[in-house]
Design a protein around this ligand. Structure first.
Ligand code: F6R
Length: 604
């Protein structure tokens, strides 16, 4: 995810901006840049790749005396990772950095091009600086022009803007993406998109709320709420530990990433949920030309999202779908036909088996699509089409938010294909889109759910194994639940389709066998319930996750009632992740770096 820093003061500004950006490196990025305004003149540097490239570019530059500066690390969402697409973006006399996504940027871009503005990048961000300058040129004061710009933006953003027309000032706004102001006794002022960038530089911070905006200059902190009323900033002490700042108050990156899911799911959907249709600007109608079936190919957690997608694709888009483990696919001498759309799913975009399978499909002339979280990754570079998952960097080795965004993207893709293939009415697609919009709220972690999993975890530390069971899309979710727990608890777990238990595995049932049963109200409830009853009759220890209490279970994790099985899917996913994490915590394991595992598996 992108990072933002800003500085107003008399210290060497370039160095401070670079230091701040370094503290945000943990968030992941593919390019970086800074812009410094001193005595009415700008100096800006951008570089692709790591910060050291940026450092080299501006090695001979330094400020002396008062300056204002802004800096950014970019994780590409709109437009490739290139130097031109790196922030800060410039107009004629202003620069802007931005985190988040401007949903209506295309419409604004058209308007600005008609007004005579020239765009240099493919980003959504660039519209901000052109809008600002446009309003300024229309005769507005700089602050009025900034307000008028904000009023036009839809989506999520944290913005810093500097302009020569007021060269001691930084304009800022926060709406849906984090932004923090820092101050110190030397009257210096800082911005950071996370605490981590501010530690050691200032002692007091203002955590901005959504809708707040304003400007800072050496003497002023002007802060306004979303009703445009001036407000008094609430100052807080800044935490002292950098590592804990990176974890933003959570104990582990995995925990932070579980809690982030609600936000990254919104990011994954931003600009993609249209009026009765799904919009993927990354795709075009040629993607399905001559295509009769889809093969998904991936590993681990990404395989589980592929398997979940196979149910959605056949149900909604009525297209034949195959799912393959990349490590098997590579060597089975698969029949590769040009009527197959070959889809790889990968968080990293670098997993060796998936990448090699993609190369095989390319070599056989198949059309390829990557669903990936890392824009400049090998799979993205190789595929004909790419859809980014927009989960932001995932640090916990056990994947959580990448899985969540993959499933959301694949669900959207199944609806995109359903429209293209005419298998669903506009109304039916619109109803699914309404449900998709509810997903971020359903994945927000409630204290009650977290507390419940924490309390239950103490009963699931021993025994001779776990079965996670579910039907339909809840079967891949059961597989994913089993994988999560296995990875970080080192306990033996298996995922099974509920209906398969009686074909062998039920032989293991006894009080020391733990079964985590997924019982969605809106997908084969009665059938899945009978499967759990069969286990209960054999005295297995059962924990049910459902919106309906189930008297034959030993334990129960409640989820909220809703009207769609995919909402149950996402809420159960959070419950499973939390339960795994809490069990691993009680066992004293390293949650973020479990033994024997690596985050990116670049060997076969
Ligand atoms: C499990 C996990 C792994 C990865 C797998 C594929 O928590 O993270 O199973 O899903 O190694 O990795 P990507 O998605 O990067 O191809």
């Amino acid at each position: 995810m992108c990072g933002i820093v800003g500085y107003i003061g008399a210290r060497e500004t370039k160095g401070l901006l670079l230091e701040g950006l370094k503290e945000l490196e943990y968030r992941g990025y593919d390019s970086a840049g800074i812009a410094v305004l001193q005595q009415g003149a700008f100096k800006s540097f951008k570089a692709l790749g790591k910060l050291v490239n940026l450092e080299e570019k501006c090695a001979n530059y330094a400020t002396e005396g008062f300056a204002v500066g802004i800096g950014h690390t970019r994780w590409a969402t709109h437009g490739k990772p290139t130097e031109l697409n790196a922030h800060p973006h410039m107009g004629q006399f202003s620069y802007v950095v931005h985190n988040g996504i401007i949903e209506n940027y295309q419409e604004l871009k058209r308007e600005m091009i008609e007004a005579g503005k020239t765009f240099l990048s493919q980003t959504d961000t660039e519209v901000i600086v052109h809008l600002f300058e446009y309003y300024f040129e229309q005769g507005m004061e700089a602050f009025e022009a900034f307000q008028a710009t904000l009023a036009r933006l839809e989506g999520a953003f944290a913005i810093l803007l500097v302009t020569t027309s007021l060269s001691e000032r930084i304009f800022f706004a926060k709406h849906g993406s984090p932004l923090i102001i820092g101050i110190n006794a030397q009257h210096e002022k800082f911005f950071g998109s996370s605490d981590a960038a501010l530690i050691g530089k200032c002692d007091q911070v203002i955590y901005l709320n959504d809708g707040e905006y304003g400007y800072l200059d050496p003497e002023t902190i002007a802060l306004f709420n979303k009703e445009h009323k001036p407000i008094t900033p609430a100052l807080c002490a800044l935490p002292e530990s950098k590592l804990s700042a990176q974890k933003e108050g959570y104990r582990f990156f995995m925990e932070k990433e579980i809690y982030e899911q609600s936000t990254v799911l919104s990011d994954a959907m931003l600009g993609r949920l249209g009026d009765g249709e799904i919009l993927f600007e990354e795709l075009d109608s040629a993607i399905l030309e001559g295509i009769e079936n889809v093969t998904f190919c991936s590993c681990g957690t990404s395989y589980h999202s592929a398997l979940a997608a196979s149910y959605l694709f056949e149900r909604l888009a009525k297209i034949e779908t195959h799912v393959a483990f990349a490590s098997e696919f590579r060597y089975r001498e698969p029949l590769l036909r040009k009527s197959t759309l070959f889809v790889v799913i990968s968080q990293s975009g670098e997993t060796a088996d998936t990448l090699e399978s993609l190369k095989m499909a390319k070599a056989a002339g198949l059309r390829t699509l990557a669903i990936c979280n890392v824009d400049n990754s090998s799979m993205v570079r190789l595929s004909d089409y790419t859809i980014l998952a927009r989960a932001g960097i995932e640090k916990g080795v056990a994947s959580t938010k990448a899985f969540a965004t993959q499933v959301a993207v694949l669900w959207m893709l199944s609806l995109y294909f359903a429209k293209a293939r005419g298998t669903m009415s506009r109304e039916a697609i619109a109803a699914e889109i309404t449900t998709l919009r509810e997903v971020p709220a359903k994945t927000a972690v409630s204290d009650a759910l977290h507390e419940r999993t924490r309390r239950l975890s103490k009963r699931y530390l021993h025994g001779h194994g776990f079965f996670f069971i579910g039907r339909d899309v809840f079967y891949p979710l059961a597989l994913e639940g089993a994988l999560k727990l296995k990875e970080i608890s080192y306990l033996h777990t298996e995922g099974y389709p509920s209906g398969e238990m009686k074909h062998g595995p039920i032989a293991l049932a006894d009080p020391e066998l733990f079964t985590i049963a997924l019982l969605p109200r809106h997908m084969l409830f009665d059938k899945a319930k009978s499967n759990v009853e069969e286990l209960s009759a054999r005295d297995a220890t059962i924990c049910v996750i459902s919106s309906e209490p189930f008297e034959k279970a030993d334990d129960f994790i409640p989820i909220s009632t809703c009207n769609h099985y995919m909402l149950e899917f996402f809420e159960m996913m959070v419950a499973l992740q939390l339960l795994s994490m809490e069990i691993a915590v009680r066992l004293g394991n390293d949650v973020d770096m479990p033994r024997n595992l690596a985050k990116s598996v670049t060997v076969e």
